[in-house]
Ligand binder design. Structure first.
Ligand code: ACO
Length: 419
């Protein structure tokens, strides 16, 4: 929808995203093992919430409502009721309405949408926060938890790694339909890691992939699926990360900005936002992200912009092939031609439409509930020149986010402009 009143992103905070590949992640061979623990879900919520307040100079007292995006706290952390957990972060938040939203990997996007709906309903200053901690279990066990975002009865059995297998199926169909190669798909991985290597907050800030190693299976890059039909179509380098992390943003109306003593030009503005939801287990064509396309078409229409006008995008690259499908669903490339964009470097930091400038889900990381919130904040940071070594040479004026849950079953798109 097009906002009925002007909505501004005031700013926010991102924690470092960590997991097995990050030097700060404490695992068995880490020098701090036994002396130091990885942060908990509560600590990520607290860091993100208080960091956002501090970075924006907003007093917690001014927050009217809060929305928390998290997918599977009950499974990974034995913790639900995260609205009430979030307000533990700051005593000035006690008593304020904080609510948790769940829509699989789009939980963060839904928290932002609900925050904007709250602005329409009369609030002036709201917070959206997202967090997830997934490293409490092995990747295999975690894959079973993440599989709750599929139709469990009908789809879980595709593979123990249900989501990697579902997107391997998309890769298989996409390659067969359009003659796309594993090397084409690997361009997405290489770009993601190059960007993440410039981003100290990225899970994979110290890990890199070259085109040759990311294009084929090997000792470092196993094709790990058990499903023999799908196994050739997915390797470790094609997958987003099992990450921990948090992100929070503060949004306000014009009235809210006045209360905060801020000007619109300190902020970026929401041009439009959309959500589309499709039935679980009923993908009609594995070569298209239909649901994302519905959300994108709506957001472009409501924002009054075209894909050609977008100067920076944060898209849901849960797997490398997904980013190519996103280019097509968002109108950056014609159907079947997303790979050409990646091969030509057009989505790199110096290309005509830079995508996932901080490394995306593949390499910045994917703490599920935090991802949608991080995407919005990344657009804000690019527009305000805060991205350090991965800052675009020319600050973008129009940006887009696409946060997707499950196998393209829930998508949130937000169109933004600098003020
Ligand atoms: N040879 C053969 N198989 C191997 C090898 C090897 N050299 N190394 C690993 N494997 C296999 C094993 O089966 C292993 O599982 P096991 O140890 O339980 O037997 C499996 O690969 C995973 O290996 P790990 O070392 O545990 O890998 P890691 O922890 O680095 O995880 C992985 C890599 C599996 C790709 C993980 O990052 C992942 O699951 N990513 C996807 C996360 C995801 O699905 N998120 C949701 C996205 S959906 C959405 O956003 C809409």
């Amino acid at each position: 929808m097009k906002p009925l009143k002007r909505i501004f992103v005031v700013g926010g905070e991102l924690t470092t995203f960590i997991g097995k590949g990050h030097p700060d992640f404490v695992w068995k061979k880490h020098p701090d093992f036994g002396k130091r623990e990885n942060p908990t879900l509560e600590q990520y919520l607290t860091q993100a919430i208080n960091g956002a307040l501090e970075k924006t100079g907003v007093d917690a007292e001014a927050i009217d409502r809060g929305f928390v995006g998290n997918f599977a706290g009950e499974l990974f952390n034995s913790q639900g009721h995260l609205g009430a957990m979030a307000v533990r972060a700051n005593e000035k938040l006690v008593g304020k309405p904080f609510t948790r939203l769940e829509g699989a990997c789009a939980s963060g996007g839904l928290a932002i949408l609900s925050a904007m709906d709250a602005l329409h309903a009369g609030s002036d200053v709201v917070m959206a926060v997202g967090a997830e901690v997934q490293t409490t279990v092995s990747a295999r066990e975690g894959a079973g938890y993440l599989a709750r975002a599929s139709h469990w009865e009908e789809e879980r059995s595709i593979d123990e790694f249900t989501f990697p297998a579902m997107f391997a199926r998309r890769a298989k169909h996409y390659k067969e339909a359009f003659g796309v190669t594993d090397e084409d798909i690997a361009h997405v991985t290489v770009k993601a890691y190059e960007n993440a290597n410039k981003n100290p907050k990225a899970h994979m800030c110290k890990v890199s992939w070259d085109l040759e190693s990311a294009s084929k299976p090997g000792d470092r890059n196993p094709a790990f699926l058990g499903n023999e039909d799908l196994k050739p179509h997915l390797k470790v380098s094609d997958c987003s990360q099992v990450s921990d992390g948090g992100a929070a943003v503060i949004l306000a109306t014009e009235e809210g900005l006045k209360k905060l003593g801020k000007k619109p030009e300190d902020c970026i503005e929401v041009l439009a936002y959309s959500q589309a939801t499709s039935p679980l287990g009923q993908v009609k064509d594995y070569t298209v992200l239909d649901n994302t396309k519905m959300a994108a078409d709506q957001v472009y229409a409501d924002a009054g912009i075209t894909p050609e006008q977008v100067q920076v995008a944060e898209v849901h690259d849960c797997f490398a092939v997904t980013e190519l499908l996103m280019y097509e669903a968002l109108g950056f490339a014609e159907k079947g031609r997303g790979a050409e964009l990646a091969r030509a470097g057009e989505t790199s930091l110096t290309g005509k439409i830079p995508v996932n400038t901080g490394g995306g889900l593949l390499a910045f990381g994917h703490p599920v509930g935090a991802t949608g919130v991080k995407q919005l904040l990344e657009i804000y940071r690019q527009m305000k020149g805060q991205c350090g070594d991965y800052q675009l040479a020319e600050r973008p004026e129009i940006g887009l986010t696409a946060n997707m849950g499950g196998d393209d079953r829930t998508t949130v798109c937000i169109a933004l402009k600098d003020v």
